[in-house]
Structures are given as C-alpha cells and as structure tokens.
Design a binder for this molecule. Structure first.
Ligand code: RAM
Length: 375
C-alpha cells in the first residue's frame, strides 16, 4: 500500500513537471549584439529536423503547416578574436543584422591560425548555419573548406583577407590593394624625408593573404625611381599577436641601429611597434607607419612615434560583408560578376569581373584629423 502510494506520488510529480516544462517559454535566441562567442555549440541550428514520424500520414498535412523559412543565422569569422579591428567590423555586422532582421554570431579562433580556423569552419558547416563571412588566415588552405560549405548549401563570402576563388562566391575588399600599398610607401617616404633611409616591414602571419599581397605591391613600388632612396632591409612577422609583434620590433631596432621607418600593414603590428618605439625612447629616430585603428594609435600619433598611418572603416567592412552574404543567401543575387545590390546606408554595389566588391578608399590619419574618429 505504502509503495503504491509512493508510486502514485512519483507519477504525479513527473506529470506535473512534464506539464510545467511544456509550458515553459521557448529559449530565446542570443541577441545579435552578443559578445564574441567562441563555442560553436552556441549557434542554433537553422534547419528544421527532416525526420517525419512514421505515424503521421503525409496526406493529412494541411497546406498551412508548410514551414516558413527559418530565420537566417550567419557567422562572421575574423582571423582571430581579441583584435579591436575585427571587433569594430563586428559592430558594423551587428548593425547590418539588425536592419536585415537576421542573427550574426561572431566566432573565431584564439590565434590567427589557418588550422584552427578550418576546424571552426567545419564545425559551423556541421551546424548548418545559413552563411559564412570569413577573413582568411590563408587563402589556399581555406579553399577546400569554403568549397565544402558551398556544396552543403551554405553561402560563403570572404572579407578583409580573401579565400581563394573556388572557396567563396564574393570577396569584399577593404580598398584596392595597389592603393593600400601606395599609401604606405608614400607615408614611409614622408617620414624619412627626401634623403630616404632604411625601412623594415613588420607584418601579421606569414600566410596572411591580404598582407602578403600588399607587401608584394609595396616591393614593386620600392623599385620605382621616386622611391629609390628607401631601402627595405627586412620583413618580419608578428602573427597579429601583440607580444610577438613587440619583440619583433625590438629585434629590428637591435639589428638595424640606423633603421628609420617600420611599416606595419597590420593593426596589431603597428600599435605594438609604436609602443616599442616609445618604450625604447626612440621617438624621433624610428617612425612607425602602416595600417592601424585611430583608437589604438591616437597616443602614438600625438607622441610622434607614429605621426601618420592609414586605414579604411572596419565597421563599414563588416556591415558590407553581411549585406552581401544576405543578398546571396536570400537569393536576391547569385554572387556573379555584374550582380547589383544595395547595402543599406552604404548604397549600391556591383560585383566586379574578378568576383570582388570594393568598399572604398583608405583614409590617412594624423594629428590634424585623428580626434574626429572613434573606432
Ligand atoms: C589586422 C589584420 C587584418 C588587417 C588589418 C589591417 O587587424 O591582419 O586582416 O586587414 O590588420
């Protein structure tokens, strides 16, 4: 009798808890502004389970039961997390997500490393996300995984650093590579003065496709007569890691005591190099230039460690990447050369014959204008 009563009580508790959980509100998806999410599991699946229970006769399904398209969940993948440049791109991506009514998760690996990035992309493919916008640590190494994503019906665009053409539909270019190279050599010459001198490049990862393209073009610029007084003595790699970049800069000061300019075509490398110049009491002797964010460089512009540098607006780049991805994922465009679409506040864009879209021109920052920028 006692045990019968016990069973009844247990059964009652069980059915009450089942009833309560059935009434519980569904988990709300994370807001688009969610902070960087590293765990791939945080991405909700976008595709409803296809398995139909055998007991349900398909003919009985009324037309109104046809599922509406699941809300899009895109993933913005930077080269690595913890880099203010990419965090700013994510701000623009979240603004685009809000306007478009989609979710954009921001997921990346801890270090700027192609192997880690490929692992992440494979797990996002397995989760059937609705689209990927990727800044690649290595163009060719990421090509197969981009191809696999597209074969699985997941559109892929690259932005900032390109995946090789077979592994993405469109690449969103921050500015013309030639323009980015030219502006950096021009700034180096400004800083050495007409007599020129020794310069070195402090880059990101040795595999970074964007930096490598700019470096190749800078070398061509250096071969021109107007730049004959500039002598490139070394190219070193800080891997977009602050500590490594800082010690690479110190290594350059030691190896080349008469070094005049470091060109760092990376926002991580330029800030670390300028700090090394300041800490080493080398302001006025070694100048740092390249590509940086105004907020990271403001103090160095004012101290004279880095009187001028350039960049585009990373927030606009993230914004444009999501508008492009959404236009492809929703079938508005195929992502072919000549396709046209509107990217919200940035206006109209056309895909170039080489499958790229151009954001715009880089801006030069110096003491006269730096305080009017906040990113
Ligand atoms: C770093 C990254 C990024 C590059 C900028 C300029 O943040 O390497 O890819 O575009 O610098």
């Amino acid at each position: 009798m006692k045990s019968h009563l016990g069973l009844t009580v247990v059964a009652a508790i069980l059915s009450l808890s089942m009833l309560l959980s059935a009434c519980a509100p569904a988990a709300t998806p994370p807001p688009p502004t969610a902070a960087p999410v590293v765990q791939p599991t945080a991405v909700p699946p976008t595709v409803a389970p296809t398995a139909v229970p055998p007991t349900v006769a398909p003919t009985k399904v009324p037309p109104t039961a046809v599922p509406t398209a699941a809300p899009k969940v895109y993933v913005l993948v930077p080269k690595n997390l913890g880099n203010p440049y990419f965090d700013t791109a994510n701000k623009g991506a979240q603004a685009a997500a809000k306007e478009l009514g989609v979710t954009v998760n921001y997921q990346g690996s801890a270090t700027a490393d192609a192997t880690q990035e490929i692992q992440l992309l494979n797990s996002l493919i397995a989760q059937k996300v609705s689209g990927l916008a990727v800044s690649a640590n290595d163009s060719d190494a990421l090509m197969p995984v981009g191809k696999a994503a597209m074969a699985a019906g997941i559109p892929v665009v690259s932005w900032d650093a390109a995946i090789a053409p077979g592994g993405r539909t469109v690449h969103i270019n921050q500015a013309e590579a030639q323009g980015i190279a030219d502006v950096q050599i021009k700034m180096a010459l400004d800083l050495t003065g007409p007599n020129g001198g020794k310069i070195a490049i402090l880059s990101a990862a040795a595999t970074a496709p964007n930096q490598n393209e700019w470096i190749a073009l800078m070398k061509k610029d250096l071969a021109k007569p107007e730049n004959a007084k500039l002598t490139l003595v070394d190219t070193v790699y800080g891997n977009d890691d602050d500590t490594k970049s800082y010690s690479e800069a110190q290594g350059l000061f030691k190896k080349y005591p008469d070094l005049k300019v470091i060109i760092a075509p990376t926002t991580v490398g330029i800030a670390a190099s300028a700090r090394a110049v300041q800490d080493g009491k080398l302001v006025g002797k070694v100048f740092v230039t390249g590509l940086g964010t105004p907020n990271q460089m403001r103090d160095y512009v004012k101290s004279g460690a880095s009187p001028e540098f350039a960049l585009w607006n990373p927030s606009d780049l993230g914004y444009l990447a999501i508008y492009t991805l959404n236009a492809i994922a929703t079938g508005k465009i195929k992502g072919q050369p000549g396709d046209k679409f509107t990217a919200g506040k940035l206006g109209d864009y056309t895909i170039n014959p080489d499958g790229t879209i151009l954001l715009g021109q880089p801006t030069i920052f110096n003491k006269d204008n730096i305080d009017s920028f906040n990113f």
